[in-house]
Write a protein that binds this ligand. Sequence first.
Ligand SMILES: [Zn+2]
Ligand SMILES: [Zn+2]
Length: 215
Amino acid sequence: MLLETLIVGPLGVNCYIVGDEKTREALVIDPGGNARDILDTLRREQLRLVAIVATHAHFDHLLALDEIRAATRAPFLLHADEASTLANASLGARLFGFAFRSPAPAERLLREGDAVRIGSLALNVLHTPGHSPGGMCLLHDKSIFVGDTLFQGGIGRADLPGGDYGTLMRSIRDKLLTLPDDTVVYPGHGDATTIGEERQLNPFLRPLRTGQWEV
Ligand SMILES: [Zn+2]
Ligand SMILES: [Zn+2]
């Protein structure tokens, strides 16, 4: 798996470019800005973009979406439960003081158990609501792209429209902490980490460690 990380946009989103070394097909995850840089990286690495995915539809993860869509004609993939977040992305942007037009609907809607195929790579879709209703993670071998579900030493906000703390904790417990400790976590913001490190050290997961928090 080829992996390039670009920190993009006004809120510092990690945009990941995942490619298959053999076929040179690639996927862009979370095109949160700097469309020119993303397109230049694809060109430099001689990668052909076959799909664009957003882990969820908050505006900061979408700022370069329409420009990259127009330039490459690659389809946009989003979890089915995130369609209304996408439609309301402009409102979310306004909340943060940004003018942004909600992008057109996704070309393909994903659900738990689906796979996004890039050449010989398959990234498996895990539905992880809580930060947003249709938040999802993409798992390939020992790498997982988690969007704003989990961060190094943190968890996603649950106070935005459609967010829910209990749902977020359940998603992390049932979908992420069930993965092997050496799984590398690529979050939507900040540094990469591992499932093992977060399981042990993340202060926001203490309620799960101590059994204080039950569903
Ligand atoms: Zn978000
Ligand atoms: Zn974000």
